[in-house]
Design a protein around this ligand. Structure first.
Ligand code: GLC
Length: 640
C-alpha cells in the first residue's frame, strides 16, 4: 500500500546523531515521500539514514495496514544485498526450529546451545498423554535425588539447553524465546511466536545468569511494536497497547524475487483466538524493564527518551478516565494469562496485581520532569486507592467470610457495610468447607453484587511480590497454600485457579469451551510456569521451604514428561489434554525457581518493597474514617 509511510528508529542501540544526541520515538518519525508505485525505495531510505555513528540496529518501516517492517540496516549504508544475505542466514522461526530439532547448525549462526540433548527419543516421541503411576513418580523422584546427590544437575542442564534452543533471532540478535518447541504438535497455532508474558520467566532466567543482551533486545524491539496501526475490523486498539505476541517472518523483498527480508509481525489480539486484548503485556513489559536495570546495572535503557515515552503511553492507557467506579483496572474477559473466556471480565485480580506492580516499577523509573508531574500525581493517587480497595474488599478469610455470611443487603447510604450489595447466598458451598482456619486469600474478581470466590494463584502470588498484600495478608496466602497443598500443588505446582467451574456454570461461563473442561487448562489445570512466582513470593516472606517443596514435586516428573504446558485433573496427574510439550515458560519457570532458591538475594531485585508513604496515606485515609467513603478523600482529578 502506498499510503503514508513512516520510519521509526529502532530497537537496538539507537544513538543516531543528527541534531539531537539520539532519536526519540516522536522525533524519529518522518515521512518518506519518495516511494515508487506504492513501494519503498530502499536506496532513498538508506541514503536518508546515512550519518555518523554507531547505529547498528534495525530500521522499522511501517505502511498503513501493513505488518511492521524492520529492515536490517546493520550499518547505515548497508544495502539490499546485505538484507538478503542476512535473511538467508536467519530464515524463519519455523525453519530455525526444524534445524534445531535436526541438530544442524542454524543458518550459519552460532548454535544457540548444545543441541545434543534435543536429539533422539525426546523429540521423536509423539505420545501426548502420559499417565504416570505413583510408583513411577516415586522412582523418578528417587533417581532425581540420587543424581543431585552426586551433584549432577541433569534437569537444570536439560532445561538450559532447551531454553537456549527456544531463542529466536532477528537481524542476527537474540530477541526472545518461542512459546513452545513441541515437534509432536500437529497444529502449532501461534505457539511459534514470542509471547510477551511467556518471555518474562525466560528473561528473568537470562538476567539471573548474567546474559542481558536478549532481554535488552526484547525490551527495545517490543517497544517498537507498541500499538501503532493494527486494527481489527477498522477498529484500532488504544495507543500504548503492547502486543500479546510477535513473530519474526522472512518475506520476499519487494521488487526482488531472489531476496528476502525479516519483519516483525505483532499480534495485538486481532488474530488471537477469541480476539482477546493483551492487557497484561504492557504491565509485564514495565516489570521486566525494571528487572533489567536492577540486574544489569544498565539504567541507560530505562532512561532513553523512547523508553520513557513507552512507559508513559502504557500508563496513560491504564490511567485514562472511563465510566468505572473503582480504582481497579476494568478489562474484558481473557485479557491476561487466562486468555480465553473464563468469567474474568471486569476487575480480575491478576490484572490488578500486575497493574499495581507496574505502577510502582514505573514510578521508580520515570525521569522526574515538569511535563510528567500530573501523570505521576495520578499514578500515586491510583496506587493508594488501588491498594486500599484490594486489601479491603478482595480479602477473605474465616472472619471475613463469616461477616459476608451475615451481611445486610440493599443498603442505600454512603456508609454501607455491604458496599457492593453482595447477597450472602453467593458464598459457594465448596468455600464453606475449604476455607482454612488460618490463612486467607484475595478473591478472583469483584463487581457490583458479585464476588468471584475462586482462588487464582498468579494474582495472589503477585500481590505478595508487589506488596499489594499487607505482610499479614501475604503470610496468610502462604498459610493457605500450605494448608491446601493437595489442592493447589498436588502432583504438579501450581493450579492456575481453584476450584474448577463445572456443570451448568462451566457451560454458561466458558461457553461450553472444550479446552477448558473442569480441571483442565485454564479451568483449574496445573501450570508449572507458576513455580517461579511462588518462589519469589516465598523468598520475599522468608519462607523458601514452601517453594523448595513445590520444586521437588515438579522435579519428580517435569523433565520426564517433556516440560508440558499444563497438567489436568484435580490431582494434576495427567499431562494436559492439549498441552504443548517443551513449553518454554514451563522450562524457564523451573530454572528461575532453582536459580532463586540457590541465590535468594537475587529475588530482592524482583519484588516491590512496601512504600512507607503509601502506607501512611492509606492509614490516614482509613483512620480518618474507616467505613465512610475513603475514596472521596483520595480522589482528585488530574488531566493526563
Ligand atoms: C496460552 C496461554 C497463554 C500463553 C500462550 C502461549 O494461550 O493461555 O497464557 O501466553 O498459551 O504460551
Amino acid at each position: 500500500m502506498g499510503s503514508s509511510i513512516q520510519l521509526v528508529f529502532g530497537a537496538v542501540p539507537c544513538h543516531y546523531t543528527t541534531t539531537k544526541s539520539y532519536f526519540t520515538r516522536s522525533s524519529s518519525y518522518f515521512s518518506v515521500k519518495n516511494y515508487v508505485k506504492g513501494k519503498w525505495d530502499k536506496d532513498i531510505l538508506c541514503e536518508q539514514l546515512k550519518g555518523p555513528v554507531d547505529f547498528q540496529g534495525c530500521l522499522r518501516v511501517q505502511g498503513r495496514g501493513a505488518i511492521s517492517r524492520l529492515y536490517s540496516v546493520g550499518k547505515l549504508n548497508r544495502r539490499l544485498e546485505t538484507l538478503s544475505c542476512k535473511c538467508q542466514r536467519t530464515e524463519s522461526v519455523s525453519q530455525a526450529i526444524v534445524e534445531v530439532g535436526s541438530g544442524k547448525s542454524v543458518n550459519g549462526m552460532s548454535e544457540p546451545s548444545s543441541l545434543q540433548s534435543l536429539e533422539g527419543p525426546k523429540l521423536l516421541n509423539n505420545e501426548k498423554t502420559v499417565i504416570t503411576s505413583d510408583d513411577e513418580i516415586a522412582a523418578a523422584s528417587e533417581m532425581s535425588d540420587t543424581l543431585q546427590g552426586f551433584g549432577i544437575n541433569s534437569i537444570e542442564d536439560e532445561a538450559w539447553n532447551l531454553l537456549r534452543a527456544s531463542i529466536v533471532y532477528y537481524c542476527g540478535n537474540p530477541i526472545g524465546t518461542i512459546a513452545a518447541n513441541d515437534p509432536s504438535a500437529a497444529n502449532i497455532l501461534n505457539y511459534d511466536q514470542i509471547f510477551i508474558r511467556d518471555f518474562i520467566p525466560s528473561g528473568m532466567a537470562f538476567l539471573l545468569k548474567g546474559e542481558y543482551d536478549i532481554v535488552r533486545n526484547f525490551i527495545l524491539h517490543t517497544l517498537q511494536l507498541q500499538s501503532w496501526e493494527k486494527t481489527m475490523d477498522c477498529h484500532s486498539p488504544g495507543q500504548g497497547l503492547m502486543p500479546a505476541s510477535f513473530k519474526v517472518r522472512t518475506v520476499p523483498l519487494d521488487g526482488d524475487d531472489s531476496a528476502t527480508e525479516e519483519v516483525l509481525d505483532p499480534d495485538f489480539g486481532e488474530a488471537a483466538i477469541g480476539r482477546v486484548a493483551p492487557v497484561d503485556s504492557g504491565l509485564w513489559w514495565i516489570i521486566l524493564l525494571r528487572a533489567y536495570g536492577k540486574f544489569s546495572g544498565d539504567l541507560s535503557v530505562q532512561e532513553r527518551v523512547d523508553v520513557q515515552t513507552g512507559i508513559k503511553m502504557i500508563l496513560k492507557l491504564c490511567l485514562a478516565d472511563g465510566f468505572d467506579m473503582f480504582p481497579t483496572l476494568l478489562v474484558t474477559d481473557g485479557s491476561c494469562m487466562i486468555d480465553r473466556r473464563m468469567g474474568i471480565h471486569g476487575h480480575p485480580l491478576e490484572i490488578q496485581a500486575l497493574f499495581y506492580s507496574a505502577l510502582l516499577c514505573a514510578r521508580e523509573m520515570l525521569v522526574p520532569e515538569e511535563a510528567s508531574a500530573d501523570l505521576i500525581r495520578a499514578l500515586n493517587n491510583r496506587l493508594v486507592a488501588l491498594s486500599f480497595h484490594i486489601r479491603e474488599y478482595y480479602w477473605i478469610d474465616m472472619r471475613k467470610l463469616n461477616e459476608i455470611y451475615r451481611y445486610t443487603t440493599e443498603e442505600y447510604s454512603y456508609d454501607a457495610v455491604n458496599k457492593f450489595n453482595i447477597y450472602p447466598d453467593q458464598i459457594p458451598p465448596w468455600l464453606v468447607e475449604w476455607m482454612p482456619t488460618t490463612g486467607g486469600y484475595f478473591i478472583g474478581n469483584l463487581q457490583p453484587a458479585h464476588m468471584d470466590f475462586r482462588f487464582f494463584s498468579l494474582g495472589n502470588l503477585w500481590s505478595i511480590i508487589s506488596s499489594l498484600a499487607t505482610t499479614d495478608q501475604s503470610h496468610a496466602i502462604l498459610d493457605l497454600i500450605e494448608a491446601k497443598w493437595e489442592d493447589i500443588v498436588a502432583n504438579m505446582p501450581l493450579k492456575i485457579c481453584y476450584p474448577a467451574l463445572e456443570g451448568e456454570e462451566w457451560q454458561i461461563i466458558t461457553g461450553y469451551d472444550p479446552k477448558n473442561t473442569p480441571w483442565s487448562y485454564h479451568n483449574a489445570g496445573a501450570w508449572p510456569t507458576l513455580l517461579w512466582q511462588l518462589t519469589v513470593a516465598c523468598i520475599k516472606m522468608n519462607r523458601p521451604e514452601i517453594a523448595e517443596n513445590a520444586i521437588k514435586v515438579a522435579e519428580r516428573r517435569i523433565a520426564r514428561d517433556k516440560w508440558p504446558e499444563y497438567y489436568d485433573t484435580k490431582g494434576a496427574r495427567f499431562i494436559g489434554k492439549q498441552a504443548r510439550l517443551f513449553q518454554t515458560w514451563s522450562i524457564a519457570g523451573y530454572l528461575v525457581a532453582k536459580l532463586l532458591i540457590s541465590n535468594p538475594k537475587a529475588a530482592k531485585k524482583l519484588i516491590n518493597v512496601e512504600d512507607s508513604e503509601l502506607v501512611n496515606a492509606l492509614s490516614n485515609a482509613l483512620s480518618a474514617n474507616p467505613k465512610k467513603r475513603p475514596r472521596r478523600k483520595l480522589k482528585q482529578s488530574y488531566i493526563i
